[in-house]
Design a protein around this ligand. Sequence first.
Ligand code: NAP
Length: 315
Amino acid sequence: MYKSVIIGTGPAGLTAAIYLARANLKPLVIEGPEPGGQLTTTTEVENFPGFPDGIMGPELMDNMRKQAERFGAEFRTGWVNSIDMAERPFKIQVEGQDEIVSETVIISTGASAKYLGIPGEQENVGYGVSTCATCDGFFFRGKEIIVIGGGDSALEEATFLTRFASKVTLVHRREELRASKIMQDRARDNEKIEWALNRTPVEILAGENGSGVKGLKVLNNATGEEEIIEASGVFVAIGHNPNTAFLGGQLTTDANGYIVVNPGTSETNVPGVFACGDVQDTRYRQAITAAGSGCKAAMDTERFIESLEHSAVTN
Ligand code: NAP
């Protein structure tokens, strides 16, 4: 039986692994289909403290993994189908593997950015197509950018990107925006933002031989005509899906599926189950905030295990 199992290997899960391994709790870390999480799909990370010249996302994650291994964290690859949280120890079912039993569990399965699924999108991720303005906006200094979506994320990203871009065109498939009024007002007051509403994205257009993105083909829903909007970057901001389906409703989540933790902690509604990183974060979603929350989850886990051991001694 393990004392702690960590599910997910983004910055949150790996930071939790470093802390728990250093505390000699020998955590088992289960890596899913995207080891390293969303950072492995970005190129250069320039805002993670400690790297004055930046670091490539995959290298940063590889370093974190090595750091956890150095202190004794055990890694296993697999798809977690379910966790039985009815009683402790918890029972974790990994596809095609024996059942894993653990006193505590840390859920750090992250959230996946939604993509449009149109031609030209996946092949240009990291080369002009991005789902993270904070990560990649800097690379589009003085250039024209497109942001796709009509919710708070899209308007927030569009507004943020005007710091770098010469022009940001917001493309949304309907005339009405879903975003809150305050976000709409802020964006409408911004002279660098142009509006391409009631337009459905059809294809992201790239230049020859990997020379990057050159624009977006859209369908004008009012006229039925196809149009091309030129830009060097396309930011897809149509929401995220927290990876919580495998929990089978045993943890309290918000309406969008994000795990709800006790404020300021990593504690879920099930004692001994903790959550960190984007799977419980609807607000910040940064590598450094995920890492910080992973540290909190490890410390909450340590305290929980200590309290179990203490009550075993005194009973
Ligand atoms: P969201 O509210 O679900 O909005 C997603 C947007 O993307 C919608 O406008 C939707 O269009 C569009 N969209 C979805 N699928 C699409 C597709 N296949 N093709 C074209 N467009 C598509 O997601 P979000 O903006 O990420 O916000 C999620 C939650 O986080 C919300 O509760 C939001 O308030 C919150 N949030 C808050 C802040 C803040 O307060 N600072 C910042 C960001 C997010 P339709 O409108 O036509 O459906």
